[in-house]
Design a protein. Structure first.
Length: 398
């Protein structure tokens, strides 16, 4: 009988766009995969990945204790019915409530902390609550994956995750075949283009991008600045369409809307920019670098993992539009050959460090270790370094 794996994220869109490679790898290795997520426009497409889909109602951005308790009960009932051999959690609520339910049922849990978001950027009462919930949810997990060393250290030092089960991954990984290197687009019939790809959120640095564009356009009015990504009205951090339309009417930026396929937009960009306040490892920068585009990002947790300063891109100060503008001008002033070299360096970095096969292999190693421990009759409550030896432990220490 096939081992059954449940993967749960706060949206079907997230599963389809960021976890497709992992799901296919698990299925190729003989696992049955069930995706649990709220129903959205991508839910019906999950079957294209070869997995089953079970809808789960979830208030992804809300903080109402009653609704969260109801979510915990829903997870408990679903997992008790499905009886998976392992639970893979992503994003805050699946990581917290899905993990708590799985622990009660004795289901081994693997968590993925893909960036800490605005909750951890601030130091509010909500931050305190979320940390306490994480501590309870992660304490019995077999493995807790982090996408950068800073986030791992923060959780371990704060006692939110055990050091022996906290491991590193290279982001969500990139399918390099889907993001082939592209030569630079011709500048003969169009202006130089800076592109920001991401959700239209304040902590993605969208406002700083626009402010920097104003500064740069005073000297170089011919340069184009583009925004690509969806507006999320349910997120308190969201930038509304009315604000974006004001920027467009001002002639500062061009909003491209949202897309299922960023590749044509990346191919037409000369430089991809992400002035984020904090990330896990930003997918947009990995995709841009894979397609051999030079990148500019803030010198913050997560972003600096994707950018080797002055090699495949430039780093700027966080929340400093003037410094971002300076880096944009520096990029614009480079020769085409210099930008081409940066793009090539980014592609090499993705091939060496961020291939999604690395991510899939590390999950498979942990699942293999769980199977070994379970078959030996031991209790699964966090694999020790000895139990991960020799192959799995080496694989986890990325």
């Amino acid at each position: 009988m096939k081992q059954k794996i449940v993967i749960s994220i706060n949206s079907s869109w997230n599963i389809f766009n960021f976890r497709a490679g992992l799901i296919r790898a698990l299925i190729d290795h003989g696992y049955e995969v069930i995706a649990i997520a709220p129903c959205d426009e991508y839910s019906h497409r999950l079957k294209e990945l070869g997995c089953k889909y079970v809808p789960l109602s979830m208030d992804s951005n809300g903080t109402h204790p009653g609704r969260d308790l109801l979510l915990l009960v829903r997870y408990f009932n679903l997992l008790r019915r499905l009886k998976p051999d392992a639970f893979l959690g992503y994003t805050v609520k699946p990581n917290v409530y899905g993990s708590l339910a799985a622990h009660v049922l004795g289901i081994p849990v693997i968590n993925n902390i893909a960036g800490l978001g605005s909750t951890f950027i601030s130091n509010s009462y909500l931050t305190h609550i979320v940390r306490r919930l994480y501590k309870q949810a992660l304490r019995k997990s077999v493995c807790v994956f982090f996408q950068n060393a800073d986030d791992r250290a923060l959780f371990v030092q704060a006692g939110l995750a055990r050091e022996e089960t906290a491991a590193l991954l290279p982001g969500s990984g990139i399918n390099l075949k889907n993001y082939p290197a592209q030569g630079p687009a011709s500048l003969s019939n169009r202006p130089f283009r800076f592109l920001l790809v991401g959700r239209m959120l304040k902590d993605k640095g969208v406002e700083e991008f626009v402010a920097a564009a104003r500064i740069v356009r005073e000297r170089f009015p011919q340069i184009s600045f583009q925004l690509l990504g969806f507006v999320d009205p349910a997120n308190a951090n969201s930038i509304g369409m009315d604000r974006i339309e004001e920027w467009e009417q001002e002639g500062i930026v061009n909003y491209l809307g949202k897309t299922d396929d960023v590749r044509p937009f990346l191919a037409q960009a000369d430089c991809v920019v992400l002035p984020s306040y904090r990330e896990g490892v930003p997918r947009s920068l990995l995709e841009a670098a894979a397609m051999a585009r030079p990148i500019i990002a803030t010198d913050v947790v997560g972003c600096r993992d994707a950018v080797d300063d002055a090699v495949n891109g430039l780093l700027c100060e966080v929340k400093e539009p003037s410094d971002l503008a300076e880096k944009m001008v520096q990029m614009f002033d480079m020769t085409p050959e210099q930008r081409l070299a940066m793009g090539a360096a980014g592609r090499r970095k993705m091939e060496i460090e961020f291939d999604e096969k690395i991510v899939s292999q590390k999950y498979l190693q942990v699942l293999h270790s769980i199977a070994n421990v379970t078959s030996s009759g031991s209790q699964v409550g966090g694999l020790s370094p000895e139990q991960l030896e020799p192959e799995a432990k080496t694989g986890l220490e990325y």
